[in-house]
Ligand binder design. Structure first.
Ligand code: RB5
Length: 154
């Protein structure tokens, strides 16, 4: 498995912990986040990780800013991206199983390192269930691609 990771200036320490944790698990990680304490605009990291995921160059992405919100909002503007902010492992797992999330995001000001590792592990180890969930994910992508949702407009 190969993942991309990105972060802003609020999340350097946590990013490094998660990066090491993933590598210890045998996962290859491409780091496109900042590693210096100067202010860094989170949309840059969100965009870079999202582009790698959308292009299929990595199998998924991890994004960390202060809350996980801004960086995931930026990533979700890239076509094909489903970035989910999760502050606990249950939602992280279900975001993959039901929503086929391809990026997990969380906040360095919200979760500690040990909880963040559990969130990432739950997400990495989960698999999309497909079936009825595929129908709903397809509807989300229909909105993205067409700015319409046929089923809602009948
Ligand atoms: C930076 O101060 C902060 O706004 C950012 O890390 C993030 O929390 C935004 O959503």
């Amino acid at each position: 498995m190969k993942l991309a990771i990105g972060n802003d200036h609020t999340a350097i320490e946590l990013k490094n912990e998660i990066l090491k944790h993933l590598e210890d698990r045998g996962i290859e990680v491409v780091n496109v986040g900042t590693d210096t304490p100067e202010r860094f605009h989170y949309p840059v990291a969100g965009y870079k990780v999202a582009k790698l995921v959308a292009a299929g160059e990595v199998d998924g992405g991890v994004l960390i800013c202060g809350t996980g919100v801004g960086i995931s909002l930026a990533a979700n503007k890239v076509q094909g991206i489903r970035a989910c902010v999760c502050s606990e492992p249950y939602t992280a797992k279900l975001s993959k199983m039901h929503n086929n999330s391809n990026i997990i995001a969380f906040g360095a000001r919200v979760v500690g390192a040990e909880l963040a590792k559990m969130i990432v592990d739950a997400w990495v180890d989960a698999e999309f269930e497909g079936g009825r969930h595929q129908t709903r994910v397809d509807m989300i992508m229909e909105i993205e691609q067409t700015q319409h949702l046929q089923e809602a407009e009948q």
